[in-house]
Design a protein around this ligand. Structure first.
Ligand SMILES: [Zn+2]
Length: 233
């Protein structure tokens, strides 16, 4: 499985990154985890719009789904098939446009598994004040989406190799219904992860401080997500 960070900015795009979007590729199959604001642009560095096989959306906040619109438009221009999108039941209402020629929307139900091409995906309902999911892609990768620490997330992340976790704030100034950097580090330690990748990085925060706070407790190597970061898991 190859994993590429397309965008990793939290809440809104930053000067150097679109909002959350991650490309997972295996055996020629291309899956996106979230497709946040601005991410359809840099996505084209890594694949053509019509090469995306499916999108998994964690929840219906715009920094996680808004560029479904842009990607659908790009695909329509080249006559591509409708885009398969898997996500929460409230996503269609959030989108406000659900043209079946552009999108095929599928509601997810935990715990899965969903069979997406060669990828088996499990999911957990997490705590973000709205319908939200964390995703485990194969054995290797766990993506938290946005959530407070919770038991369902712990169960889903257990034993993953790579934990892709939001780091929405500092320990002393944590944001409700989100993981702080320290929360992400503690989750990595409990899961026994081999690598923690911090994401949902808000542009106005000190990312080195987030990295230090997570690294102090993670018990594994910790890196900041950056656009173009590519891993094999
Ligand atoms: Zn959110």
């Amino acid at each position: 499985m190859r994993f590429t960070v397309v965008g990793c900015a939290g809440s809104v795009p930053g000067p150097d990154s679109a909002s959350s979007c991650y490309l997972v590729e295996q055996d020629g199959y291309r899956l996106l985890l979230d497709l946040g604001t601005g991410s359809a642009g840099p996505l084209q560095r890594y694949c053509a719009p019509e090469q995306v096989d499916a999108v998994l959306v964690s929840h219906a906040h715009i920094d996680h789904y808004f560029d479904l619109n842009a990607l659908s438009y790009l695909r329509q221009r080249v006559g591509a098939a409708p885009l398969d999108v898997y996500g929460p039941a409230n996503l269609p209402a959030a989108l406000r446009w659900t043209d079946e020629a552009l999108l095929r929307l599928h509601t997810v139900t935990p715990p899965g598994p969903l069979a997406l091409g060669p990828l088996a995906v499990r999911l957990a309902a997490v705590e973000h004040g709205m319908e939200s999911y964390a995703y485990r892609v194969g054995d290797a990768l766990c993506y938290t989406g946005d959530t407070a620490p919770c038991a369902e997330l712990d169960k889903l992340a257990d034993g993953c190799a790579v934990l892709l976790a939001e780091a929405c704030g500092y320990e002393a100034d944590s944001v409700p219904r989100h993981l702080s950097a320290a929360d992400a580090g503690l989750l990595a330690a409990r899961a026994g992860a081999r690598l923690l990748v911090l994401t949902h990085l808000r542009s106005w925060l000190d990312h080195d401080r987030l990295l230090a706070e997570a690294a102090a407790v993670a018990g594994c190597p910790v890196v900041l997500a950056t656009p173009g970061l590519r891993l094999r898991a």
